[in-house]
Design a protein around this ligand. Structure first.
Ligand SMILES: Cc1ncc(COP(=O)(O)O)c(C=O)c1O
Length: 390
């Protein structure tokens, strides 16, 4: 796979490439989109070939028999994450924002408080704000430029109305790959306070050299009866448009409640999504992933070191994901000012940290999963937009 190849993605109904004008006022002829979390690389050939095969057959009917799909997930989790899923139930949802929303609907009630460590992936705010649950923001702590959790402080802020904790591992937007001891603290905190733990691990395959991701059931098996795992390979292989994710539940009571919730909403599998996700859980695609990770690590190096050269700007060290998280507080500029420089001068689209809860206000999130030449261009545009600080 040649990750350097530049593809034209404009005028293809792409949420990333075709909405810069509407969302940011940046023309798509000039804009460099770094906001939406998808890559500008074609997926591995195993996935492309599967689609060709389906196309040749030419039938797109309802899907049945999940055995191959489930076995492929079990194989992937065992070989890549050392996780034996065993008899846990696997539910295919319409992606993981949907999976998370279903968990909220199935396992919490109006007025319940739902804990999130902030800053946190903005789509979860959008979902929760549209429900009658209350978001309880527990800001992450910054220590030596890295996010940590501060349980002593969080414990003091509990009201007793909290019923669920939504956790993001690896962390979006900060790219933290949590250590087993940190994961244990999260699990113990949930157990002690009778919180259901929803662990969103969609970025679990996107781990940079030097870091190791541990899935929650391996790090903290004591939480398994109160744990809902969210996984998918849509980020891994750049097939987010298929909107297919897995909600994995080992506790049978919880699994029954979840199954009923899916039934009550008439949710069924997306055949195309299941076929393509299954094709991704394979040895060939795993090799593609290994090459991708090397490429992404170099992109991170180029982007983060280029950004760090701008006085007052600081990129968080990248441990996982393909999202660079940049703090502009050191520039002394207002949010309006640095946003204007990024959007009006550099013509780069980002996700604003201010949409991600407490602690995100001075940050912007840049997606670096694009050919290297564009990452270099992004750095040049940013250095130019903040040239007066040099
Ligand atoms: C942490 C996290 N969860 C879920 C999603 C989206 O999942 P889906 O596209 O399956 O709804 C994203 C996408 O960026 C994400 O970063």
């Amino acid at each position: 796979m040649d990750f350097d190849e530049l593809f034209e993605r404009r005028s293809t109904h792409s949420a990333k490439w075709d909405r810069m004008e509407e969302s940011y006022g940046i023309s798509k002829d000039e804009g460099l989109p770094m906001h939406v979390a998808e890559m500008d690389f074609r997926p591995p050939k195993e996935i492309q070939n599967k689609l060709r095969e389906l196309n040749q057959h030419g039938f797109y009917g309802y899907f049945a028999d999940f055995t191959e799909y489930e076995n492929s997930i079990k194989w992937w989790m065992k070989t890549r994450h050392n996780w034996d899923i065993g008899k846990s139930k696997i539910f295919a949802t319409h992606g993981l924002v949907n999976g998370m929303a279903l968990c909220v609907d199935a396992f919490t009630k109006p007025e319940d408080e739902i804990i999130m460590f902030t800053p946190m992936y903005h789509a979860f705010f959008n979902v929760l704000n549209a429900t009658d649950r209350k978001i309880k923001e527990f800001p992450l702590l910054l220590e030596d430029g890295k996010y940590r959790m501060d349980f002593a402080k969080y414990k003091k802020q509990l009201s007793g109305k909290e019923t669920m904790l939504i956790f993001c591992s690896p962390h979006n937007p900060g790219g933290r790959v949590w250590s087993p001891s940190e994961l244990n603290e999260v699990a113990d905190f949930c157990k002690e306070n009778e919180l259901l733990l929803v662990s969103d691990e969609i970025h679990h395959d996107l781990i940079m050299p030097g870091s190791t991701h541990t899935v929650m059931p391996i790090a903290a098996p004591q939480i398994n009866d109160h744990l809902i795992m969210l996984t998918a390979n849509t980020k891994t292989f750049n097939i987010a448009g298929i909107h297919t994710g897995n909600v994995i539940i080992s506790n049978t009571k919880l699994a029954t409640i979840f199954e009923r919730k899916m039934k009550s909403l008439g949710l069924g599998p997306n055949a195309l999504g299941i076929h393509l996700a299954t094709a991704g859980y394979s040895e060939g695609a795993a090799n593609w992933l290994d090459s991708l990770l090397t490429y992404l690590a170099e992109n991170f190096r180029i982007f983060n070191s280029g950004i760090d050269k701008i006085p007052g700007c600081k990129a968080m060290p990248a441990e996982g994901t393909y999202l660079a998280w940049v703090d502009f507080s050191g520039t002394g500029m207002s949010r309006e000012e640095f946003t204007s420089r990024i959007e009006k001068s550099a013509k780069i689209t980002t996700v604003h940290g201010s949409e991600m809860g407490k602690g995100g206000e001075t940050y912007m999130r840049f997606n670096i999963a694009t050919p290297k030449s564009r990452v270099i261009e992004a750095v040049e545009r940013m250095q130019k937009a903040f040239k007066d600080l040099q």
